[in-house]
Design a protein around this ligand. Structure first.
Ligand code: CU
Length: 66
């Protein structure tokens, strides 16, 4: 397992948290959003997922990964 913390702009409420955590869980990753830190910490299997794919999944939900 690999863990990465990304800075994500545009998250403001629980809906945002659920969208991002839900999208990443569909990819098989486990994500934890910290709204006050504007960060998303993702644990994932590096043989199945890349950081690029994780960033794309977050951007697909309408947020900007710094
Ligand atoms: Cu929101």
């Amino acid at each position: 397992m690999q863990t990465v913390t990304l800075n994500v702009e545009g998250m403001s409420c629980n809906h945002c948290v659920n969208s991002i955590e839900g999208a990443l869980s569909e990819l098989g990753a486990s994500a934890k959003v910290d709204l006050s830190a504007k960060s998303v910490t993702v644990s994932y299997d590096e043989s199945k997922l890349s950081v690029e794919a994780i960033k794309e999944a977050i951007e697909d939900q309408g947020y900007d990964v710094a």
